[in-house]
Design a protein around this ligand. Structure first.
Ligand code: HEM
Length: 123
């Protein structure tokens, strides 16, 4: 039986890692969102990127274990607001377009990410 998981449809680990790489570069370079990553060490950001990759792969049905914290715990206290979320969402859509992710998979990724919003946005 063909593997119809979102993980497989996105192209597996390397494709998801490439998306995470581009997305995080966009987020850290954004004038509005940059403050969330200001003054953090390079290796801390690399570690967070690996967590992001593991989280996305695991939740898309891939054979990866996510050992990071849940979304509410890891973002609580950052004060992420609606405008931050809208900026994040814009970068995510631009990244998926950059990699020519098809409409169905783009919709599935956005629906999954939107499902984490209530845990991440605080005001
Ligand atoms: C405006 C939106 C967001 C901002 C500003 C943001 C910012 C951050 C920052 C600064 C960290 C590092 C925390 C630390 O090292 O203590 C982090 C961790 C993380 N974020 Fe986000 N994030 C956002 C949305 C999301 C979304 C939508 C997801 C889900 C795909 C996500 C997944 C993660 C994961 C998996 C970690 C690592 C958790 C851990 O360290 O245990 N983030 N985020």
């Amino acid at each position: 039986m063909a593997d119809d998981s979102l993980y497989a449809r996105l192209g597996g680990y390397d494709a998801i890692a490439a998306v995470a790489d581009s997305l995080l570069a966009r987020l850290t370079a954004d004038a509005r969102l940059g403050r969330f990553w200001a003054n953090r060490g390079d290796d801390g950001v690399r570690r967070e990127k690996q967590f992001l990759i593991d989280f996305l792969c695991h939740n898309a049905g891939g054979p990866l274990l996510y050992t990071g914290r849940d979304m509410a715990t890891s973002h609580r206290g950052m004060g992420i607001d609606e405008a931050d979320w809208a900026a994040f969402r814009g970068h995510l859509e631009a990244t998926l377009a950059e990699f020519s992710v098809p409409d169905r998979e783009t919709g599935d990724v956005l629906a999954f990410i939107d499902g984490t919003r209530a845990d991440i946005v605080e005001r």
